[in-house]
Every structure is written in C-alpha cells, then in structure tokens.
Design a binder for this molecule. Structure first.
Ligand SMILES: *Cc1c(COP(=O)(O)O)cnc(C)c1O
Length: 383
C-alpha cells in the first residue's frame, strides 16, 4: 500500500497517512488508548514519550488531513474552537485581524470576549467585497480570517483574490473550511496560508464526535503549532482521532450525495409558492454563482430559505418528520434549524439584520438520504 505521488483526491482521503500496523498487519490504525510509552533504556525510545505530545492514532489523522487539504502539516484539537484558539496564538498583543462579518458565532465570541483581553484587535467586514477588506487593512493586520460560504446566509468570499490581497499586506490568510469541506473547496490550492476545520461536521460526518484541526503551509507556523499543541494541550483524543479518520475515508462519496441533496432541495424550494427566497451557491440565482462554480466543486449540503414570517419558519421546523430539528451540520442525517433562535441567538438583532439573517429564515444541513424522501418531507412540512 503505497500512495502514488500523483494520487487523486478520493484516493488521498482513503490512503494518506495510513500504513498497516507493523505489529499485526491491521489495515486500520489502532486506537492507541495510552498515556505513556515504555522506553527501551534511558534516552532510548520509539519517538513516543507522552500522549499529549505524541499519539500514533492522532498522528495518522494529522498526516491524512494535511494531505487532504494540501498543507505541510496538520494538528488535531479537541474541538473546532480549540483549533481556532490555537492558531490565534501565532499573533501577539497589538496585532489586528480582519474577519468575515458573518463568521461562526463561537469564533466571534472567542475573538471578542476572550482574545480582546490579550490586546488582539478584530475588525468584521463583508469579505465578499474585496474593497471592504482592503479598507480594513492596517499596518498591524497580521491575519485575515475568512469563512466561505457563511452560515446561514451562504455568502461567498473569493479566496484567491483575498489571498493575493493578504500577500500584498504581509498578512496570513486563514480559511475556516468547515462549511464546504475539502471535497468541495481547497483553500490552500487557492492561496490560503492556513485552513481550520471543525471536524465535528463533514470531516467526521457521522454526528458522533467533536473535534478540530489546523492545516498549515508555512514552516514557521508548523513549528509553532506543534509547540503550542503540546504546550497548551487541547489535543484530540485517540478515539475521536480514529472516528475522524474513518470519516475522511468516505468524505468524497458522502460529499457527492450532500451536494446532490443540497441542490435537489434548493431547486425544489425555489418552486414552492410559500418560499420567498432560497440561499444556495449552486442556484443560478445566487448572486455569487459564478464564483461558486470557479472555487467550489459541487456546492455543498448547506442551504437556507425564507418563508416570510417567523410563525411560518417555526411551523416548518416543527412539522418535519424525517429531518431532525437540531443545531450542528455535516452529518449523514438531514438537520433543520431556525438560526435566529438557535445557532445565532447570541448575535444581536441589529447584527443579524445587517448580514441578512431574518427571523423567517430556516437552515437545512442536507444529509445523504434519498433526495426524494427529503423533498417529500419538506413539502408536507410547508403544506
Ligand atoms: C461548528 C463550527 C465551528 C466550531 O467547531 P466546534 O467543533 O463546535 O468547536 C467553527 N467554525 C464553523 C464554521 C463551524 O460550523
């Protein structure tokens, strides 16, 4: 089992970083549920000393994720937020970060409520507008933090254009690629310096693990992240690493069905008389459909739609039978949610309004069920 140097994406997902266990030949990397490793003699060990620092299951996942995103190295953390927190330690007091205004609520909370205390500064702009990013740049800007598509209004940022802008200003471009997944979008190939994931979502894909990862390209960032992963210690457990590794093997086929189902639901909803608006980058009516075709392969499983009033949105969420009313996304089962009262309840109403997040908006994370069953369910919920 040797990965050819020109292996294509689905093959990389399955084989990168994976070698049969040398002791037994087990094709799957075992769950190394151990805290320490026995040394042969004083100063002689097998590269493993203590499990916060090194764990073979986590290392197998990290090699796999680095190859999947096309980075130099990956680091797995206990959650997506722990991963984002770790990469901000590349910054110093006084540094400034430009952030997508419609960023994940937990990211906003970390930046505003925690990291500001340490002298970091954040400016939130609509990064889909390049001139707004340009205008927000300061001499102290060391990082641009972009999410595309955004949650739940599905706004896109031109990764290649922002990467060029970041380079001109000597800032790092970080892309939170959770929403698209690397099967749909490869930020490093488009010029990003770093990718961050909540592996909780599409990478694990089965709604049974919380985790995060940072994939870095610059040697100095790799060195620092390895240091801080051990120094701060928010590592992904061996069992969760194993679960995510199992998830990435089927990422390509899962995402193909997520893409199919997302598009099928979006197209159905555009024809429904009670639906006033559908937000999905795969629709020709999406204002950034051309950009979506350029930087995404397939358009993902996330979509939002507007049903005119809060009451109508509540009724749809309460009446679905097959879909589950729940937060989170990226699992094989379809989830429905009401962003204004659930995932985005902590976002002040005026901010929600500014990004176009209405009280009548419903979000769907399309799973991989039969698309007709999903359409039938949403049709009866809307009836
Ligand atoms: C869920 C999510 C996170 C946070 O990840 P956790 O694993 O919940 O800590 C960050 N960014 C995006 C886009 C997410 O969807």
């Amino acid at each position: 089992m040797k990965l050819p140097p020109d292996a294509r994406f689905p093959t990389i997902c399955i084989h990168a970083g994976q070698t049969p266990d040398p002791g037994t030949g087990a094709i799957i990397t075992p769950i190394f549920q151990t805290s320490t490793y026995v040394q042969d003699a004083l100063g002689q060990h097998k590269g493993y000393e203590y499990a916060r620092t090194q764990n073979p299951t986590r290392a197998a996942l990290e090699h796999n994720l680095a190859a999947i995103e096309g980075g130099r190295a990956a680091f797995a953390f206990a959650s997506g937020m722990a991963a984002i927190d770790a990469l901000t330690t590349l910054l110093q007091s006084g540094d400034h970060v430009v952030v997508t205004d419609n960023t994940y609520g937990g990211t906003f909370r970390l930046f505003e409520k925690v990291l500001r205390k340490y002298g970091l500064e954040f400016t939130y702009v609509d990064t889909s507008q390049l001139e707004l990013v340009e205008r927000a740049m300061r001499p102290a800007t060391k990082m641009i933090f972009v999410e595309t598509p955004t949650n739940p209004v599905m706004r896109l940022t031109d990764i290649a254009a922002v990467a060029a802008l970041a380079r001109r200003h000597g800032a790092r471009l970080v892309v939170d690629n959770t929403f698209a997944s690397p099967a749909v979008q490869r930020p490093i190939a488009l010029g990003a310096d770093m990718v961050v994931h909540s592996t909780t979502k599409y990478l694990n894909g089965h709604s049974d693990s919380v985790g995060g990862a940072v994939i870095a390209t610059r040697a100095e960032d790799v060195e620092w992240l390895a240091f801080v992963q051990n120094a701060a210690g928010a590592i992904l457990s061996p069992f969760d690493s194993w679960l995510v590794l199992r998830g990435t093997k089927t990422l390509t086929v899962r995402m193909a069905q997520h893409n199919t189902n997302g598009l099928a639901l979006a197209e159905f909803l555009t024809t429904h008389p009670k639906v006033t608006k559908v937000l999905y980058p795969g629709l020709a009516c999406h204002p950034q459909h051309e950009l979506a075709k350029r930087q995404m392969r397939g358009f993902g499983g996330m979509l939002s739609f507007d049903v005119g009033t809060f009451d109508a949105a509540r009724d749809v969420c309460n009446r679905v039978r097959l879909m589950a009313l729940a937060e989170s996304l990226g699992g094989v089962e379809t989830l429905i949610s009401h962003p204004a009262s659930m995932t985005h309840a902590s976002v002040p109403p005026e901010r929600r309004q500014a990004i176009g997040l209405t009280d009548s908006m419903v979000r769907i994370s399309a799973g991989i069920e039969d698309p007709q069953d999903l359409i039938d369910d949403i049709r009866q919920a809307l009836a």
